[in-house]
Design a protein. Structure first.
Length: 69
């Protein structure tokens, strides 16, 4: 069983904000046409290493450590 404290919780409004900001893209699901797939935008630079994940938006860099801070 996964630790639910570590999983991000998003609702439709949050997802819409991320799509409008260009951080997330909506893709057609080839296996189920009724559902969409969501992925990080292809231009977003993500680096994982040294216990942290770095999202480079070019105008700002966000760093997340392994504990989510």
């Amino acid at each position: 069983m996964q630790d639910s404290r570590r999983l991000p919780r998003f609702n439709a409004e949050d997802l819409k904000v991320l799509i409008n900001a260009g951080i997330v893209v909506q893709l057609e699901n080839p296996q189920d046409q009724r559902c969409w797939l969501y992925a990080l935008a292809p231009g977003l630079k993500v680096t994982v290493g040294d216990g942290e994940t770095v999202f480079d938006f070019e105008f700002v860099v966000a760093r997340l450590s392994a504990d989510g801070n």
